[in-house]
Design a protein around this ligand. Structure first.
Ligand code: ADP
Ligand code: TZD
Ligand code: MG
Length: 581
């Protein structure tokens, strides 16, 4: 009898027929598949190589990356797009650590994912006897994610996976770590008992209905507003309550501002969008209704100059996480629940004759929006060469307008900030970017997940520095033949390419890269299409060809190296030395 066969099983020799067996590998596959989790993003190696093979053999999609961080970012984006936890699979210690950045980033962004990592033998790890890739992974993961679990016995795989799924998607979504020591995979148990141990999670993210008095309080605050404003965040996009949100915005007549990844929840050219009058809207509003958005640094914590006179605002906030209320400023009307339920409750109680906001407020915002848009229009239509950000992004803006259902991935500093404000989005959950941390390196992982999860073409608009963090995944994109078109905004460096080393030494300045690099040739190395685009027409043609053909393409867009400012729009966050040396 194998050491792994449990004592209460009838040995084959006594019953006359061999009991059907299963093992940790198959139980894990069964548990994931039973819950509709059919795609794994990861990097193979000890002890999970065979698991990947068997998962593929069982019909799961197993997407191998070149680095775990990008596999993890793909899993996080899969979670964001599908509301099911994205799966990332890593090897022990170093692979686990590479995936951990993505797990922490997913948790920060409220994206559901599960990092499943193989780990070394508990007995050796705990005695610190120097096992292969030894590390106490569970302890390290715990403070960086929403929940962390370890499964030691094959019969617990079903419940362990169920626990991980529920932890990832219920309440505020986030990252979950699942630690699977190598020995678990080979553990054998009776197949029928194994099948009974699998748990299909019932209603993994139950509706959370807001209390009636909190709905009444919110409507009372909103109805007294003279200059109301709605702010939509990526929690609202995640919630997939698109119809309810649109009905609420339109019935209320209240202008709205989308946060970056909420763009397109309602089309950016919607008459109530205050996107192009953002500063005025934040400053002058008197009641702000936050829907799935946090008052963190991205909104100046809800206070300070950009929010106008101190004490001039009252906040209504809809969030599934009660502790989000009063995180930075007082919330006059907290509405705790899921967005679909909260918005439906508001809509239900608004009655037939809801009064639109005062006309002066609407026209002040509209005038500002129209003035800002017409100021910008000439620069977006210009065709300067070498291209600046406006010329290149003006071209991409037109393309997205013509193809509103493609997925857009965006990272960089200037490349991010300009693209966010210039490129209009028309459909929900089409824009994927650096999120809450402003993290570089999400690009290729997000692009792969966007292509795999949606089947749509992907346009990845990447700063040359940003692209470098995940650039090796162009091989992954070619290997799976994904319809991804990457445009590298090549301004020779971080923020711009013009810094010089003040000592006159031979090292270039820390923000400067090799001049005139040909990123397009990286794509050609793996059989994809590489194009160098030096002007607006070349860029437009190359992107359209890529999106039509669906072939993996990298366009090296030559951007003036003088173009761009320090840290894009957040240069104010840089500390400055006051000591002159
Ligand atoms: P943004 O960066 O776009 O402003 P944040 O990531 O800061 O958005 O905020 C998202 C918020 O949405 C989080 O506070 C999260 O708890 C909340 N959230 C996520 N999903 C839901 C949901 N289904 N219902 C209600 N709130 C949600
Ligand atoms: N490392 C990580 C993981 N995240 C970061 N945000 C940074 C470093 C710092 N950083 C930024 O905030 S933007 C950026 C870095 C390195 C790159 C900006 O250069 P780019 O974009 O070429 O991508 P532009 O268009 O030249 O501004
Ligand atoms: Mg750059």
């Amino acid at each position: 009898m194998s050491a792994n066969v449990k004592a209460n099983e009838t040995p084959a020799s006594e019953s006359g027929e061999a009991p059907e067996l299963t093992d940790g590998f198959h139980l894990l596959i069964d548990a994931l598949q039973a819950n509709g989790l059919n795609t794994i993003y990861g990097v193979p190696g000890i002890p999970i190589t065979d698991f990947g093979r068997l998962a593929q053999a069982s019909g799961m999609r197993v997407i191998s990356f070149r680095h775990e961080q990008h596999a993890g970012n793909a899993a996080a984006i899969a979670g964001y797009l599908t509301r099911k936890p994205g799966l990332c699979l890593t090897v022990s210690a170093p692979g686990f650590l590479n995936g951990l950045t993505a797990l922490a980033n997913a948790t920060t962004n409220c994206f559901p994912m599960i990092l499943i990592s193989g780990s070394s033998e508990r007995e050796i790890v705990d005695l610190q006897q120097g096992d292969y890739e030894e590390m106490d992974q569970l302890a390290i993961a715990k403070p960086l994610c929403k929940a962390a679990f370890r499964i030691l016995h094959a019969e617990d795989i079903g419940i362990g996976v169920a626990r991980a799924i529920r932890a990832a998607v219920s309440g505020r979504p986030g990252g979950v770590y699942l630690d699977l020591p190598a020995k678990l995979f080979g553990q054998v148990m009776n197949a029928a008992e194994g099948a009974r141990s699998i748990v299909k999670v019932i209603d993994p993210a139950p509706a959370q209905i807001p209390a009636a008095d909190s709905v009444a309080r919110a409507l009372d605050v909103i109805s007294k507003a003279k200059r109301p404003l709605i702010i939509l965040g990526k929690g609202a996009a995640y919630a997939q309550a698109d119809a309810e949100l649109r009905a609420f915005v339109e019935k209320s007549g209240i202008p709205y501002l989308p946060m970056s990844m909420a763009k397109g929840l309602l089309p950016d050219d919607h008459p109530q969008s205050a996107g192009a009058a953002r500063s005025l809207a934040l400053k002058e509003s008197d009641v702000v209704i936050m829907i799935g958005a946090r008052l963190n640094w991205l909104l100046s914590h809800g206070k300070g100059k950009s929010w106008g006179e101190p004490g001039s605002k009252r906040f209504v906030q809809i969030d599934i996480e009660p502790r989000e209320m009063d995180s930075n400023v007082e919330i006059a009307a907290p509405l705790v629940g899921d967005i679909a339920s909260c918005v439906s409750a508001l809509l239900g109680d608004m009655g037939e004759s809801w009064a639109a906001p005062p006309a002066e407020w609407i026209s002040a915002l509209n005038d500002k929006r129209d003035a800002n848009l017409s100021k910008m229009a000439a620069r977006l239509e210009a065709s300067v060469q070498p291209m600046d950000f406006h010329t290149a992004l003006g071209a991409l803006k037109t393309i997205i307008k013509q193809r509103p259902d493609i997925m857009l991935v965006n990272e960089g500093a200037n490349t991010l900030d300009f693209a966010r404000s210039i490129i209009d989005m028309y459909q929900p959950r089409k824009r994927l970017d650096v999120g809450t941390w402003g993290i570089m390196g999400i690009g290729m992982g997000a692009a792969v997940a966007a292509a795999i999860e949606t089947g749509k073409p992907v346009l990845a608009v990447e700063g040359d520095s940003a692209f470098g963090f995940s650039g090796m995944e162009v091989e992954t994109i070619c290997r799976y033949d994904l319809p991804v078109c990457i445009v590298v905004f090549n301004n020779n460096g971080i923020y711009r390419g013009t810094d010089v080393n003040p000592t006159g030494g031979s090292d270039v300045a820390p923000t400067v890269f090799v001049k005139n690099a040909r990123y397009d040739m990286m794509m050609e190395a793996f059989g994809g299409v590489g194009v160098q685009a030096s002007n607006r027409d070349e860029l437009t043609r190359a992107v359209n060809e890529a999106l039509d053909s669906g072939k993996p393409t990298l366009i090296n867009a030559v951007i003036d190296e003088n173009s761009g400012t320090e840290s894009g729009r957040i240069g104010n966050l840089n500390p400055q030395s006051v000591v002159k040396k």
